[in-house]
Design a protein around this ligand. Sequence first.
Ligand SMILES: [Zn+2]
Length: 429
Amino acid sequence: MSQVCDDLIAFLDEAASPFHAVSGLARRLEQAGFQHLQRLDETAFEPGAGYFVTANDSSIIAFRAGSARPEDGLRMIGAHTDSPNLSVKPHPVKTRSGVVQLGVDVYGGALLNPWFDRDLSLAGRVSFVDADGNLQSRLVDFRRPVAFIPSLAIHLDREANKNRSINPQTDILPILSGVSEGDSEGMDFSDLLAQQLRQQYEDCESARVLDFELSLYDCQGARRVGLDQAFLASARLDNLLSCHAGLMALLAADSAHWSLLVCNDHEEVGSASAVGAQGPMLMDVLDAIAGSAPISRRLREQSLMLSVDNAHAVHPNFADRHDDAHGPVLNRGPVVKINRNQRYATSGEGSALMRLLAERAGVPLQHFVVRTDLGCGSTIGPITAAETGIPTVDLGVPTLGMHSIRELAGCADVDHLSGLLTAFYNRVA
Ligand SMILES: [Zn+2]
């Protein structure tokens, strides 16, 4: 059994929100000797040493300083920390029909049907005033089933298997608790969060909660499935699988050249935010590494970025949704994603380099082009390429059920991707 896959499973279970993903990545980086920088200026980067910065607790950039000059180019890997989910509204509590429910928003392009009939929990970041009157934020994770969205029984909707649609405002409010008869007040959600803070942190005894960013998640953890255990079923494979593979590769990278990993929040909602791929975070780090702003044209030209995000595997029940010559299969290697209309950033030269790299790394490679009569998704690749001017290749592991509460990838592909990314950092090609 692959150690990389075991650590990925542990990471997926820990990373219930983008905040928890960044904290899990940061902890692994610190364990490997990477230094958490609070400021980018005034730091002299030692060749071979590792550094990282975070923003909003939900985006992170880590890099290993190389012996070569930054002008000789950086090898960069990008991924995203967020996944589609149900996010709790600011005034969420609704008391009706004998239960307390939570008002939720849909974050990103979530597939809504799979959220019904699951044991759900809550995780995210809570902001509060502490005993000294200071504003603070901490991560919370209830780590137990505290919510549930029951389906409407088929007896009450005979058309359910043919044409049931979901109204996100009215149909997917989770039940949080029961209400005792005569109790019209319901529940104070801030009190509930303060209680959770006290449970998790000794110094939060008198925390007064002011606000929060919380999302629901499925309590069922990541696990290998299939008679031959060939597949990995989990929430948030898109795109925590890639964040984790990038991290594994960075930890294994040699220090001849500079290697960098950027994991941004907000990809699922378009990346246009202070800490998203369209924000200034990556350019700030590149400026600091280059010691000049803007970075030199030579640094741009010599650098290369792999934007790693999951690719649609061909679904055996719906094989006609793929172009018949470009249908990636689970466990047959990472997928280079190509779209001539620049929904993906991969050029012919970039794709050719990936073929050579995969060949030399002994990793199988597949290719994806969307059907010409279907719209193409996008990812951080084209955005980062446009922001930095650095050539970029889009690739990722083939995945089924993308944006469902539980997605499916191939265990062998986890190792294939880590191998390919390590070879990329170490300039095997
Ligand atoms: Zn993605």
